[in-house]
Design a protein around this ligand. Structure first.
Ligand code: 2IT
Length: 445
């Protein structure tokens, strides 16, 4: 390891010792940067690595709201404005009880490199709150969103910081947040948020974009090996937007999705998962996937079980960080896995990635493979700024072009600086180079 990398890791470790998840994200990126440090001594001269590991601004705030139970709750809200070197801070809001500063910072850090890879003008940020929307009434969610925005509104703006959804934040929450922003600022600032409902400024294909993008990236990886997704047996973890639309695209392309999962367990359906039912459960009924078996009696639900034990050709972790560990990876490889592509942010642990690497499994890293969501968010901003409304096909074609470009950058950097098909190193290096060059142009700030 280059001594400058070791020194930076040490500094970041000391400064953030209570945030192991953030340290994991940082070390995964900077350990792959060895080859470019020789070629670019200015990285060390200008201390770019350490500067990149420190968010530009970290906002923590109190959110006070009254629940349906009549009780007053105090929740912690966050917005990490990580880097504005390529554009306004851009990244989602996550509402989940386990959210904390380390999680926010890891997601913000990943977002910087992901957004860089899109080639679009978006900086990196992330936010959220330790709030559980599941099982809450619409009214309660609305009151929480209004309370959350009562502080957040002073930090965001269409040229400043543009939040979107993430886990626990969908079109419903974005609507309540936007309504409160409009009330507080007395401005209909359409581009201040993305992931809006299509009826009032949202983009067609935004909801599909992350999942579809993951599969477009997968197609690119397979194409280089003269292969395709057709006829493959597939498992997907998660039952949210990313998983649902990854499953839909896979099914449309002739793959067979035999299992998916959520926090309650794994659903197995040998005939192929009926994505329409999963979508309805997630988006309309807001129910866990065990309810799927009421409609398909030949499907089986395994309570409390992870999906990784189901033998398959391809696996798509689309649920959450560190959901796939070293032992899961070994089991997948032993069962004949050929490809893994990440829909969630950092779903594979470092041990799991090492297992895949040693076995020569095709591995699509999240910051490249799941960048389609934020890319279409930027297209939503573009439509809002031009008072335009693109068709589904226009957005989808642009998404495919963007995913193709992302893949090419990853492949080129892998070939040039690492080894062919090392898309993890390729993504980190390509993402880093664009951010680094812009930082150098902006001087010491
Ligand atoms: O993880 C992600 O890339 C997102 N949650 C999407 C962020 C966005 O601004 O659309």
């Amino acid at each position: 390891m280059h001594p400058y990398i070791a020194k930076t890791l040490d500094t970041v470790q000391q400064r953030n010792h209570s945030e192991p998840i953030f340290l994991q994200a940082v070390s995964e990126v900077i350990k792959t940067l060895n080859p470019i440090l020789e070629e670019h001594p200015e990285i060390e001269d200008l201390n770019l690595l350490e500067r990149m590991c420190e968010p530009e601004r970290q906002i923590i705030f109190r959110v006070v709201w009254r629940g349906d139970d009549g009780k007053v709750h105090t929740t912690r809200g966050f917005r990490i404005e990580f880097s504005s070197v390529l554009g306004p801070y851009k990244g989602g809001l996550r509402f989940q009880p386990v959210v904390n500063m380390g999680v926010m910072k890891f997601l913000g850090f990943e977002q910087v490199f992901k957004n860089s890879l899109t080639g679009l003008n978006i900086g990196g940020g992330k936010g959220g709150a330790e709030f559980e929307p599941y099982g809450k009434s619409d009214d309660e969610v609305m009151r929480f969103c209004q309370a959350f925005m009562s502080e957040l509104y002073r930090h965001i703006g269409q040229q400043r910081d543009v939040p979107a959804g993430d886990m626990g934040v969908g079109a419903r929450e974005i609507g309540y947040l936007f309504g409160q922003y409009k009330r507080l600022t007395n401005r209909y600032e359409m581009g201040v948020m993305t992931g809006k409902s299509v009826s009032w400024g949202g983009s067609l294909a935004r909801i599909e974009a992350t999942g579809y993008g993951v599969i477009y990236f997968t197609q690119e990886m397979l194409k280089l090996r003269g292969d395709s997704v057709e006829g493959k047996r597939v498992i997907v973890s998660g039952a949210g937007n990313v998983a649902t639309y990854a499953m839909k695209k896979l099914t449309d392309l002739g793959a067979k999705v035999i299992a998916c999962s959520d926090i309650t367990g794994t659903l197995y359906h040998e005939d192929g998962i009926d994505v329409g039912v999963i979508k309805h459960l997630a988006e309309v009924e807001r129910k866990h996937i065990s309810a799927y078996c009421e409609r398909h009696h030949d499907a089986v639900f395994h309570e409390g079980k992870k999906v990784w034990g189901v033998p398959c050709d391809m696996a798509f972790p689309c649920a959450t960080q560190n959901e796939l560990e070293g032992d899961d990876a070994k089991e997948l490889v032993d069962n004949g896995l050929q490809l893994i592509c990440e829909g969630a942010n950092m779903p594979c642990t470092p041990e799991a990635i090492e297992v895949f690497r040693e076995a020569g499994i095709l591995y699509g890293p999240a910051k490249a493979a799941n960048a389609g969501g934020v890319a279409v968010s930027a297209l939503e901003m573009q439509q809002n700024a031009g008072l335009e409304r693109w068709t589904f096909q226009q957005v989808d074609e642009e998404l495919q072009r963007i995913m193709h470009r992302i893949f090419e950058q990853c492949a080129d950097c892998a070939n040039k600086y690492a080894t062919p098909e090392d898309y993890m190193a390729g993504a980190n290096i390509a993402g880093f180079l664009r951010v680094g060059q812009a930082m150098i142009s902006h001087g010491l700030i």
